[in-house]
Design a protein around this ligand. Structure first.
Ligand SMILES: Cc1cc2nc3c(=O)[nH]c(=O)nc-3n(C[C@H](O)[C@H](O)[C@H](O)COP(=O)(O)O)c2cc1C
Length: 190
């Protein structure tokens, strides 16, 4: 293979290393709907054993972000969470112009369900890299939002689907510190 491959790898490495989990974004500047949809379409190039296509995407903007917060806050009240945590959950999704919820189909077969979830995680990373490439800040969150049934309903997911990622997406206002990676655990075994 020609050495041009190294340039391509350098460019890809820089993209991968540049992706950060960041909430330093402009909550007032919208991310175009068609851009978000394109990111989701790119995400579906992730590998997927048995070609089950288990991913589901719901882009929440405008008032839908508030409704997401209300659903999570209500669940936290039921959990007996403290007032501060409840109040934060109620408004935190409005920090970014788009909150992209990524779901995964479930399967009665444990091995299939695990592989499908792995495929959705691969799709999420593909999406985050694409978002980075276009200059967007992103933040993969999980927490209580992933287990509230009303969140699945809000997103139009099936009751049996699972939420894998709640992704804040927006245009960056500043850069976050880089969490450096520890030494690579790698060996070649022959
Ligand atoms: C499955 C998964 C769930 C995550 N959930 C959260 C979360 O709920 N809150 C959070 O602050 N970060 C969350 N993160 C992001 C990590 O904290 C972040 O990737 C890590 O600190 C490394 O930073 P970097 O992504 O900028 O390299 C999650 C990451 C993954 C893969």
């Amino acid at each position: 293979m020609a050495d041009a491959g190294h340039d391509a790898l350098d460019a890809f490495e820089q993209l991968a290393a540049r992706r950060r989990t960041s909430l330093l974004l402009d909550g007032e500047r919208p991310v175009p709907d068609d851009l978000v949809e394109r990111l989701c379409r790119i995400a579906t190039w992730a590998p997927n054993h048995k070609r089950t296509w288990p991913w589901r995407f719901a882009a929440l903007t405008g008032d839908a972000r508030r409704r997401l917060g209300e659903a999570v806050a209500a669940a936290l009240v039921d959990d007996g969470a403290d007032d501060h945590k409840v109040a934060k959950a109620r408004t935190k999704y409005e920090r970014s112009p788009t909150v992209l919820v990524v779901g995964c189909a479930t399967d009665p077969d444990d091995e299939r369900a695990a592989e499908d979830r792995d495929a959705v995680a691969a799709a999420v990373q593909t999406l985050l890299l694409a978002a980075t490439a276009v200059g967007l800040a992103s933040y993969w969150g999980t927490g209580r939002a992933t287990t509230v049934p009303e969140v699945r309903t809000l997103c139009g997911f099936d009751a049996t689907d699972r939420v894998v990622a709640v992704i804040y997406l927006g245009w960056p206002t500043a850069e976050v510190a880089v969490p450096e990676r520890p030494p690579l655990r790698f060996r070649t075994v022959r």
